[in-house]
Design a protein. Sequence first.
Length: 163
Amino acid sequence: MGMFSFIKEAGEKLFGMGKAAAAPVAASDPALAAQANQAAGQAIANYIASMKLNVEGLSVDYEGTTETVTVSGIAPDQATREKVVLCCGNVSSVASVSDLMTVATPEPESRMYTVVKGDNLSKISKEFYGSPNKYMLIFEANKPMLNHPDKIYPGQLLRIPAA
């Protein structure tokens, strides 16, 4: 899929505790920076696991100086691959994701959409499908990261599957 840009101030707050807290800040101590980056990568990997997204050989690396996540592994399908990329990018202090994953069963890629102020899934559905009533397609395509159709936020990147 390549490189994706995200709004680094938006998203899950995974780096607020422990060694991962220092990851977004460039440290003068290279050993401390490496340790913080490793902790941040592990925090994102744990988040992906908590979403029950299984990727064979999953590797998640975080580089705090560029606020970039690099993710690799073999996803069982395109939907899982896209959800993993969204899990990596929809994290506060992540500005971009380099997707090096492959897919066991290739399928067409979904379109991506960045939520703006005033959006809701019905409005997004009308824009992409011509009907506000297909909002559940978008909701289902973004589960388990979304747990309610009304809980989206500006800056969040969503998968928009084919109708």
